[in-house]
Design a protein around this ligand. Sequence first.
Ligand code: DAH
Length: 339
Amino acid sequence: MKDFSEIKEQVKAKLAEVADSEKLSDFWQTYLGKTGVISGLMKEMKSVPPEEKPLFGKAVNDVREWAQELYRTKQAEIKEFELKHRYEREAVDVTMPAAGSTQGNLHPITLIKQEMIEVFAGMGFEIFEGPEIEDDDHNFTRLNVLKDHPSRDMQDTFWLTDDLLLRTHTSPGQIRTMDMKKPPIKVLVPGKVFRSDSDATHSPMFSQLEGLVVDKGITLCDLQGMLDSFVQSIFSDTAKTRLRPSYFPFTEPSVEVDVSCFECGGKGCPLCKGTGWIEVLGGGVVNKKVLENCDIDPEEYSGLAFGIGIERIAMLKYGISHMGMLFENNLDFLSQFKA
Ligand code: DAH
């Protein structure tokens, strides 16, 4: 009677090579599976004489049980080994210091915008936000910036179509407000504006805060008074302002307000282009034509308007010399503005 010693040697040798559960499962397939070597032995039954069949069958079963026992022992070993390694791999050192958490903060533009809005809200202004894509009518024509007039070139425009553009200023908010409500009007229009312009103090996208007051008897004195308290609230007493006569199509008379340069203290430097002054806002008495364009009777009402560059105020207030810093999202820079 066969003792299958050859197969047994093979099984022992193969099992000795098995080192992980994947190989162990291969081993099972090869020797103990339905189509494995040991099951294959049963096929030899055909050639065994009838009286020996029971013995042969028992011998095959013995081999199977023997091999299964070896398999189970090996399986237990491998399981223990793999579990141990997994525990080692996944071990957590609870005594390790935790990774530090960082807290964000508001962007300097947001901070200064909020501060500016607060100052004017204290004077009774409401907030209105207009669209960033404007049409020629609101951005130019009804603000008295007529077609083919040289004042159109004051602002380099990103045109989208013959009629649509990225608003070059927040002044179209004046028109939209006057279309929506009748005087008395006291509104602030904060928002992003776009111009094809870029250097130390200009960026193709920046922010403005527009102001409009329309009521009976509004004069340039009201504008001056408001801007005085604005500058005092934002810069305290250290900054000086200067009003210069200027020209804007939508105001008459028009003024430009300068603030003394923080970089050089007024002596003259590249930032202020040697003048000691930095222009921060334009304003004036609303042009009668603009009131008429909005069906407001200039004989009954008058208005004042102003437009403030928010980045410029941030640069002055925080001592930022290059406008790009406000748009580059450098975290070392931005984290200085934590409250
Ligand atoms: N819109 C002007 C600009 O972007 C700024 C400005 C000037 C706004 C005078 C006004 C104003 O409301 O009255 O340069």
